[in-house]
Design a protein around this ligand. Sequence first.
Ligand SMILES: CC(C)(COP(=O)(O)OP(=O)(O)OC[C@H]1O[C@@H](n2cnc3c(N)ncnc32)[C@H](O)[C@@H]1OP(=O)(O)O)[C@@H](O)C(=O)NCCC(=O)NCCS
Length: 185
Amino acid sequence: MEQESRKLLETDRLILRPWQDADRAPFAAIVGDPHVMRYYPNTRDRAGADAWVDKMMAGLDAGTSAFLAAERKSDGQLLGLIGTAHIDMNLRGNPREEIGWVLASRYWGQGYAPEGARAHIAAAWRRGLPELVAFTAAVNTPSQRVMEKLGMVRDTEGDFLHPRIAENHPLRPHVLYRIANPAHS
Ligand SMILES: CC(C)(COP(=O)(O)OP(=O)(O)OC[C@H]1O[C@@H](n2cnc3c(N)ncnc32)[C@H](O)[C@@H]1OP(=O)(O)O)[C@@H](O)C(=O)NCCC(=O)NCCS
């Protein structure tokens, strides 16, 4: 059951599932698009996109948490990634997992990210995770809107300068949002 909840989720409009090799080309188009990646320091070329997919596949194979592919049920299109993943840096309170999303721009504004994220939050609570955080560049207001729609709360004391973004880069200041497992409060 735990494996199942980490690896396959379904919502009204979405299947959230492990990555397949057929996702590599559409995922590379998404993360190679400067508009999609405007709140990241760089776009990814094909090799960079493949490395990202490899990392997510490896995380899922190892039984740890990694972002899932978000596929639209109606036509099987890859919308992007939505999921929870292990955090590999120090954040306030040492949270274990983050929730995140990146979608192709033609699918924005239709509530897909919050819809998929709600299923991931429910799955995280089912497997007993005490909390989830989300973080993004302070200027990334669309992503923060998703966090707010999910009922996540901004932890201003958790604001941080992203350690892998260059000093003085405008995307370096990051904000942190949290949501706690209601069964743990
Ligand atoms: C953040 C993101 C996943 C939101 O997904 P989504 O499915 O569009 O989410 P929603 O439909 O709930 O819209 C969220 C907000 O995005 C903004 N938005 C919606 N359509 C938009 C568009 N066409 N262009 C720009 N922003 C848009 C709005 O502020 C919206 O909030 P509102 O519903 O209160 O108006 C998506 O914008 C995205 O992939 N962005 C690029 C990648 C990224 O920055 N990911 C987060 C990294 S931490």
